[in-house]
Ligand binder design. Structure first.
Ligand SMILES: Cc1cc2nc3c(=O)[nH]c(=O)nc-3n(C[C@H](O)[C@H](O)[C@H](O)COP(=O)(O)OP(=O)(O)OC[C@H]3O[C@@H](n4cnc5c(N)ncnc54)[C@H](O)[C@@H]3O)c2cc1C
Length: 354
């Protein structure tokens, strides 16, 4: 048990958290518990308060509105005196002045900063030009747009797969949509089964009802176009010839960490923000937690990502402890192997929600 700290009455400590997701909210709760007088500010580019993205596939089953997805009742932040700045884009962090710069030219000062900005869906370079013809699936607004664009019993071409896409596919199949999966090396991201194991999991996907197209054998996707009159809305063309049609195209190639605004902060970055197991970056006043950070692994001798709700929550808690003078270390007890569940479906231990 680590003792509570207290900001001095004359100058309460200023904690700023960039990101209103699982890691940021867990950290805010921990900070409030440990420092009753501290000033806690969460900054998010989202217009919504923290909602459960894991429930987004459920929007296809019941026409729930956003209120059903909120993780906390609306009074939560007021009760815990946590200020939330919504619809605010962080464009840079000035670590010398200890300021977070917002797109509308406001600067927010901090004593200790937590970066918990997660990741954005990764899109391979060759598909960037076709982005406007692809439906992303990361936010409530994205899910609504997909629901609107998809005709009853319509077809979805899913590029890649990844566990976010495969989770959505399960729901879509259940509701009698067609799901055509174009495989890619990230089909099971963040898992990377190879050889026989990958073939076994691809066979399970087929048994689940997905129509599996071997993307590699076709040379990969080369373009996405609008379908011709009388045909479905989208055409996916392969490098080695051949095409498939669908009502919508969605891409699921895993996530890449949202770190661009940290580039001039002087903190060490590889793909994500590099942190030790205490979640501190190379700047002693800046911490990172969640999908945005790569944590040093003594065992693997590399900085690596740790995904899944359980890991991300644990990171938020460790960051809060250390930002308030603790000396805790993140370690995972999370099982990391893909498996087949009792319904015969492919499942990921990362996707356990508790
Ligand atoms: C649709 C979807 C479904 C998923 N389902 C599951 C699941 O069922 N189980 C599971 O374990 N994982 C799931 N994941 C992965 C999961 O999102 C992450 O592991 C976890 O939520 C990461 O939490 P985080 O706090 O690190 O980041 P996030 O939850 O991604 O939060 C990042 C926050 O940072 C904000 N932000 C980013 N950049 C900026 C900026 N420049 N300025 C201001 N704010 C910014 C964002 O608006 C957001 O509030 C899913 C992901 C998606 C996209």
């Amino acid at each position: 048990m680590v003792a509570q700290v207290s900001s001095s009455a004359s100058s309460p400590h200023r904690y700023v958290i960039i990101g209103n997701g699982v890691a940021g909210n867990q950290a805010a709760e921990g900070l409030r518990e440990r420092d009753p007088d501290g000033l806690i500010t969460i900054i998010t580019n989202s217009r919504m308060l923290f909602y459960n993205r894991y429930l987004l596939p459920q929007l296809f089953r019941a026409h729930q509105d956003w209120r059903a997805l909120l993780a906390y009742p609306p009074g939560h932040y007021e009760k815990h005196r946590i200020r939330v700045l919504r619809d605010c884009w962080v464009t840079a962090v000035d670590s010398r002045k200890r300021q977070v710069m917002l797109a509308h030219n406001e600067a927010i000062s901090y004593d200790t900063l937590l970066v918990a900005t997660g990741g954005r869906p990764y899109l391979p370079e060759e598909l960037v030009e076709c982005r406007h013809l692809i439906h992303p699936f990361g936010t409530y607004e994205h899910a609504l747009a997909v629901r609107k664009a998809l005709p009853e019993n319509g077809s979805v071409v899913m590029l890649g797969g990844d566990m976010i896409g495969l989770d959505l596919a399960r729901t879509l199949l259940d509701l009698s949509y067609r799901v055509i999966l174009v495989t890619h090396e990230n089909t099971f991201w963040p898992h990377q089964p190879v050889g026989e194991e990958r073939s076994k999991f691809l066979a399970i996907l087929q048994k689940m009802g997905l129509e599996v197209v071997d993307g590699d054998a076709m040379g990969g996707v080369v373009a996405i176009e609008k379908g011709a009159a009388g045909l479905p809305e989208r055409r996916v063309r392969f490098r080695q010839g051949g095409d498939i049609y669908g009502d919508i195209v969605m891409s699921f190639y895993g996530l890449s960490p949202l770190v661009e605004f940290m580039m001039k902060s002087g903190t060490d970055i590889e793909r994500g923000l590099l942190v030790g197991t205490n979640l501190r970056t190379s700047d002693p006043h800046i911490y990172a937690a969640g999908d945005v950070c790569q944590i040093w692994s003594e065992k693997d001798n590399v900085y690596r990502f740790y995904y899944g709700h359980r890991n991300v929550r644990a990171m938020g808690a460790v960051a809060a402890l250390n930002m308030t003078g603790g000396n805790e270390h993140f370690s995972t007890t999370q099982d990391e192997a893909l498996f087949q569940n009792e319904q015969g479906h492919i499942d990921s231990p990362f996707w356990a929600y508790d």
